[in-house]
Design a protein around this ligand. Structure first.
Ligand SMILES: Nc1ncnc2c1ncn2[C@@H]1O[C@H](COP(=O)(O)OP(=O)(O)OP(=O)(O)O)[C@@H](O)[C@H]1O
Length: 350
């Protein structure tokens, strides 16, 4: 069950998750949905990988597979020294301790009948056998670590703001000293002004504890702020990955460009470019439609599509300045040239 290879903290290889609907209902026909299709991910100890993509691209299913809340149909997941595929029906408590999660809905994740101090204290009793004063002291330390005064320990979840509740969820995850925290849309439910406070807090916590994050979000601006590396997911596939700054400043994949075109930019010249790009994308094709069984999942929306795009999913091509892209524009064998599709790259790479 435990691996001996020290490798990355999280190593996902060829992960595929298919949901099969056997019964016919008025709202669903029998059939299979491949929510995650043959993806690879790596996170180094203490690092943050942002997993970004629009709704329905398979981000949460990936996160849930790592947490072993869904069973993959193919591929492997190694996390914190465990081979997740070797688990039976019961996930070892040591894995639950090593890999924690914080979800989108800060209120729904907290027991409404318990005060904050008891919520944070619970895992300390379960995992470390802490009791009495020793436990109270640790609860106060954890609340302090996430920027909450100790008197918050006596309040119920409904008495706190959304940002404060998410701080409690982070404190509870930290209580068991995890190696990896899966953050599934951790700030999406919060006011924009509070979002950056919580992202900054996560950064502080990482500096102090060395914990790694898988940061799942649909908002590229938030993911960039939070991550060292970013993997871009579209309709079950990873289409590009690399250092966060390179992905956001010199995207290679047309879908990454589309995501960036949707992020508001204060610079008027860049706003103009973004508008042009959005127009191109709208002109290219409809946003939705059935998932293609073969080929690039973005082909139907891509302004640069070629006949081959509908036929085969492209291989990986390395990108200058880091990372790689899965796009037929870049040939698959040669070296990617993001400047072929992205005018900003031409300016910055001269
Ligand atoms: N339990 C399930 N049974 C059947 N289909 C599912 C199940 N869970 C997810 N799906 C489908 O898998 C696809 C990916 O869903 P997923 O929730 O992973 O996407 P996401 O990128 O996290 O989107 P969102 O940000 O909206 O949560 C969707 O088409 C979804 O309908």
């Amino acid at each position: 069950m435990k691996t001996t290879d020290p490798g990355p903290l999280l190593r996902v290889r060829n992960l595929t998750v298919t949901f099969t609907e056997r019964r016919s209902t008025p709202w669903r026909r029998p059939g299979a949905v491949t929510a995650v299709n043959d993806i690879d991910l790596d996170i180094e100890p203490g690092g943050t990988l942002g997993l970004v993509g629009e709704s329905g691209s398979g981000k949460s299913t990936t996160a849930r597979a790592v947490l072993r809340l869904v069973r993959p149909s193919g591929g492997s997941i190694e996390a914190a020294g465990f081979e997740v595929g070797s688990f039976g029906r019961r996930v070892p408590i040591a894995y639950r301790r090593a890999v924690q999660a914080v979800f989108q809905d800060p209120l729904g994740s907290l027991d409404p009948t318990k005060v904050i101090g008891d919520i944070v204290a619970e895992p300390l009793g379960i995992h470390f056998g802490l009791r009495g004063r020793e436990r109270d002291k640790r609860v106060a330390e954890l609340l302090d670590q996430v920027g909450l005064a100790s008197h918050h320990g006596g309040r119920y979840p409904y008495e706190l703001s959304g940002g404060q509740r998410q701080r409690v969820n982070i404190a509870r995850a930290l209580a068991v000293e995890p190696k990896l925290i899966i953050l599934d849309e951790p700030v999406s439910a919060l006011d924009v002004s509070v979002q950056s406070q919580v992202v900054n807090l996560l950064e502080d916590v990482q500096e102090r504890t060395g914990v790694a994050y898988l940061f799942v979000a649909h908002d590229l601006a938030v993911v960039r702020h939070a991550s060292d590396r970013i993997a871009v997911m579209y309709r079950s596939r990873i289409v590009e990955e690399g250092p966060a700054d390179r992905i956001c400043e010199r995207p290679a994949h047309p879908y990454t460009e589309a995501l960036l075109a949707a992020v508001p930019d204060p610079d008027p010249a860049r706003q103009r470019l973004q508008r042009e790009r959005r127009r191109e994308l709208r002109a290219a094709a409809p946003a939705a439609g059935p998932r293609p069984a073969t080929g690039c999942p973005f082909a139907a929306r891509c302004p640069h599509r070629m006949p081959v795009c509908a036929e085969t999913f492209p291989g990986w091509t390395p990108v200058p300045d880091g990372g790689r892209v899965a796009c037929h524009l870049f040939g698959g064998e040669g070296t990617a040239r993001p400047s072929d599709t992205h005018p900003d790259y031409q300016e910055t790479s001269r």
